[in-house]
Structures are given as C-alpha cells and as structure tokens.
Design a protein around this ligand. Structure first.
Ligand SMILES: C[S@@+](CC[C@H](N)C(=O)[O-])C[C@H]1O[C@@H](n2cnc3c(N)ncnc32)[C@H](O)[C@@H]1O
Length: 267
C-alpha cells in the first residue's frame, strides 16, 4: 500500500483524502459525499438528465478517491428508467482510490457494497458494467488523455488547485476539453477563480456562477450553450476582470481581455 495518500478529518468533521505529494485535501471542507452532490451531480441536473431517453457520457476528470464518480454511479443505479450512463474517469495515480477502498475507509468514501465492488473492478480491470451504467478508466496524463475518451455531455472537472495543477486550469486544457464536448454539454468545477473563468471563456465556453463553496466563494458552471447556464457571468464580472491583477491563466493570449469582452456571452 502506497503512503502517498492519507485519510484525514476536515474542519467540517468529514473524512477526506489528503495527497501528501501535493499537500492538498480532496473535497476539503464539507467532505466528499456532500461536495460530490452539491458541486457536481446537482448543478449538472444529472438525475433529471438520466431520465431522458438519450445515453449520457460523463467525463470525471481527476478520479482521485472516486467520490464524484461514485455519486454519479449511485444516481444512475438507483433509477428504474432512462438511458445508459457512461462514466469515464481520468487519472494518473490510483493511490487515493486504493486507500479509500480499504475496509476501514470505504464507508467514508461511499464505497461500501455494490459501489465498492464497482470501484474495485475499475481499479483492477479498468472497467465495470451494469445494465444501467458503464464506468471506465482512462489512465494517464491529462489533458492529453482527454483524447482517449468519448465526447462528453457532462464534465466534472476536479484537478488539484491552480497552484498545484496549473496545466489543468489553462486555456490550452480547456480548449482541449471544449473539443471533446457535444452540443448541450455542461462542465462543473469547484474553482471560482477569475483566471479559471476567463480561461473557460477563451476556450469557447459560456460561463456562469455555480454553487457556494464557503468563505464567500462560488463554484463555476460552463456550457456549450448559453441557455444551459442558470447564472451566466455578467458585465459586472467583466468590470471586475478589468480591475483584476490575476485575471488570466499563464497561457492566455496577449489580447485576452479584448477577446473576453467580445465573447458572445457579453454581446
Ligand atoms: C482533487 S483530486 C480529485 C478528487 C476526485 N474527483 C474525488 O471525487 O475524489 C485531483 C486528482 O487529479 C489527479 N491529477 C492531477 N493532475 C493530473 C494529471 N496531469 N493527469 C492525470 N491526473 C491528474 C490527481 O492524481 C488527483 O487524484
């Protein structure tokens, strides 16, 4: 067993996964079970979308301890109707999932019973299938590995912070992601940083404010179609971007501000 990860207790009292290599806790305040629903499954309206007739593809970017993916898997398995859900999880290290699956931790990460068996199959064989849900692993380095997955309807974008994972919050990474999104796709991420939102706009997404994450911060939702955003960023956000000293990712083009101002979202 690797000692790269450790299960810790968050300030909110939940059990969560610490990755010692980067010094960051996954789902650090309210913990994995609550955050997976509040910041990812619910804003994505996953339950309602699963009841439509069309098969749905969910890209789970940063599998980690599997909390976001297993929340989606449970929603899919709990229904009695609707089309098939394919979850594709992207990850370069399976240490966190292996630790979360240990008998003393599985319940804290929602990995008991059938959910634990599904996650164990993903870990051992890279795939788990039921009548309603397919769960597949794409092992390797993001963002390049996105090209190995199918086109997306829903994306859970959950890398480490921009400090630890700058390559995954860049204009280049979001441009690669935009290329993997179908019409009607939505993207959900915990970060509400101005530079993250401007990078999503520069990559061609429409971008809106997501759910509160605590301490006066909010998550972000992005979409291929503006109509899929409940609270699109508005001209007040644009004014704040103009005043920000950290408004853009390192790879943003020199005319990034002008490009954002001219984005169709603000027309
Ligand atoms: C915040 S954790 C994900 C938490 C996870 N979504 C969950 O629900 O437990 C970020 C994950 O992204 C993975 N990661 C970071 N950079 C990566 C990269 N360049 N390629 C592939 N995986 C990466 C890390 O190994 C880590 O497991």
């Amino acid at each position: 067993m690797s000692d790269e990860c450790e299960v810790v207790t968050t300030t909110g009292g939940a059990r969560a996964m610490l990755d010692r290599r980067v010094g960051e806790v996954m789902h650090p305040v309210v913990g994995p079970a609550v955050e997976a629903l509040r910041l990812y499954c619910e804003p994505a309206r996953l339950g309602a979308r699963l009841l439509r007739g069309e098969p749905l593809v969910l890209l789970d970017v940063g599998l980690g301890a599997g909390s976001n993916a297993i929340a989606a898997w449970r929603l899919s398995e709990a229904r009695t109707a609707g089309a098939r859900l394919t979850i594709v999880s992207f990850e370069r290290s399976l240490d966190a999932l292996a630790l979360a699956l240990r008998p003393d931790h599985a319940a804290s990460f929602g990995l008991e019973g059938a959910a634990g068996e599904a996650a164990r199959a993903l870990l051992d064989a890279g795939i788990h299938e039921t009548a309603r849900t397919s769960w597949q692993l794409v092992a390797g380095e993001l963002p390049g590995s996105l090209a190995q997955g199918p086109a997306a309807d829903v994306v859970f974008w959950d890398p480490f912070s921009p400090r630890a994972n700058p390559e995954l919050w860049s204009v280049g990474a979001f441009t690669a992601l935009r290329g993997r999104c179908r019409a009607g796709a939505t993207v959900h991420t915990y970060s509400g940083a101005t530079a993250v939102r401007s990078a999503l706009l520069l990559a061609g997404f429409f971008v809106g404010v997501g759910e509160p994450t605590g301490a006066h911060k909010a998550a972000t939702c992005a979409a291929v179609d503006l109509a899929d955003l409940e609270r699109p960023l508005d001209r007040r956000w644009l004014a704040r971007l103009g005043r920000s000293t950290a408004g853009f990712a390192a790879d943003a083009p020199a005319d990034a501000y002008l490009r954002v101002v001219n984005h169709p979202q603000f027309a």
